[in-house]
Design a protein around this ligand. Structure first.
Ligand code: SF4
Ligand code: SF4
Length: 391
């Protein structure tokens, strides 16, 4: 196992165990299977486990497994506060105590404000007095590192990153999402400030493992015989700003393969051959795309507040993955902002098209994308939801 460092210089395994997708038996987590996989991973060098209050049954499962196996002190335990549900500090404290009890521990090594998508969410926590609460927890030793996980737009990520003295952050990042959400810009900004970055969705929820047939043929031509997961993980571990990559492993085979890759892949490992293969695979994904937007954001900000790359990203996602999950992600990440970012706000000034390096007919594509991503039932639902849940 190769180790990177947390902010205090302590070793963090570059492969972390994501505990959101444990194998299930009926409606519940298959506890014995999860415990055995966790134990195997820890015995073989993984020292970072990531769970959350809202992952059903996960904190209880991890807590019980660590107690039964006696491995608690060999790992860094990360879990998350569902900040978007919090109304006051009493609720924050109650949730935190519940998490300690579920995890059968007296400290959380890495505690995250879960899923920021807007800056207003951080401002709300500040108004509640979260800064003092965090300072208190750190002083008593029940929280060692404080961070946040993020699923919004790049500029919001940078705003949150710069608003507090974070010990770490967690972003969605993989070779398809290089320029969406926090993206490479966010990763490099965090690294420049010395803030460790934990990576979630390195395989895009399995999408980068279950490649289209044509992409598998590209990989098969490579004499080194890299698997799709190896390609995606090596791309990440090549980057010095990446601290730990979380993988939601639910079979022994997967754990073994990822540990093997994590024992070899380091900064500088992704050579010209890897890059050529990855570019070909990425091109195959892009062939299915509806708009050739690279997410570079040269067109932003739009004077009318349209989130141009955001809409194109979800429009493409509908055809690369599944239509309704992509629409629902769009609705929650883009559609519920205080300042709406819908394509219908476009007044057709053309400023964006004059700077787009891809020469995209942005105005025309915005109309097409809006119709597909926000069909009328979603449009109606969103306008009702906005009245109650504007973030
Ligand atoms: S054409 Fe529309 S989307 Fe483009 S900059 Fe002008 S208002 Fe914004
Ligand atoms: S400038 Fe063009 S390619 Fe870049 S984000 Fe805007 S629409 Fe996409």
């Amino acid at each position: 196992m190769i180790y990177r460092k947390d902010r205090a210089g302590r070793p963090i395994s570059q492969l972390g165990f994501g505990c959101m997708r444990f194998a299930r038996k009926g409606n519940a987590i298959d506890y014995e299977a999860a415990r055995d996989l966790l134990a195997y991973a820890i015995e073989n060098g993984v020292n970072y486990l990531d769970t959350a209050y809202v992952y059903p049954g996960s904190e209880e499962c991890v807590g019980r497994a660590l107690e039964e196996t006696g491995l608690r002190d060999r790992i860094n335990l990360a879990t998350k506060l569902p900040q978007y549900r919090m109304k006051n500090l009493q609720q924050v404290e109650k949730t935190f105590q519940e998490e300690l009890a579920r995890l059968r521990t007296d400290r959380i090594d890495f505690y995250l404000m879960h899923m920021f998508t807007t800056f207003a969410e951080w401002e709300n926590l500040e108004k509640m007095g979260i800064r003092d609460w965090i300072a208190g927890k750190k002083a008593e030793g029940s929280v060692r590192n404080i961070g946040f996980s993020f699923h919004g737009k790049t500029d919001v990520f940078l705003q949150i990153l710069n608003a507090y003295d974070w010990d770490f952050c967690q972003i969605q990042y993989n070779y398809l999402d290089e320029h969406s959400q926090a993206g490479r810009t966010g990763l490099e900004a965090a690294a420049a400030r010395g803030i460790p970055v934990i990576i979630m969705e390195p395989l895009r929820g399995g999408r980068l493992v279950n490649l289209p047939e044509k992409a598998l043929c590209v990989l098969a031509e490579d004499p080194r015989g890299l698997s799709p997961a190896q390609l995606a993980l090596r791309w990440l571990w090549d980057q010095p700003g990446v601290t730990c990559v979380l993988s939601g492993m639910n079979s022994l085979e997967m754990v073994k393969e990822n540990i093997r890759t994590a024992s070899e892949a380091e900064v500088g490992c992704f050579d010209e051959t890897d890059r050529a293969v990855m570019e070909k695979v990425r091109t195959i994904f892009r062939e299915k795309e509806k708009v050739g937007c690279t997410g570079c954001r040269y067109c932003m900000p739009c004077p009318k507040g349209v989130d141009i790359p955001g809409l194109f990203y979800y429009y493409n996602l509908m055809y690369l993955e599944k239509k309704w999950p992509a629409r629902m992600d769009y609705a929650s990440i883009i559609g519920l902002h205080k300042e709406p970012a819908f394509a219908t706000q476009c007044v057709g000034c053309g400023k964006c098209e004059s700077v787009c390096p891809q020469h995209l007919p942005i105005r025309e594509k915005l109309k097409e994308a809006d119709k597909a991503v926000r069909p009328w039932p979603l449009k109606a639902g969103l306008s009702i939801a906005r009245k109650f849940v504007v973030k």
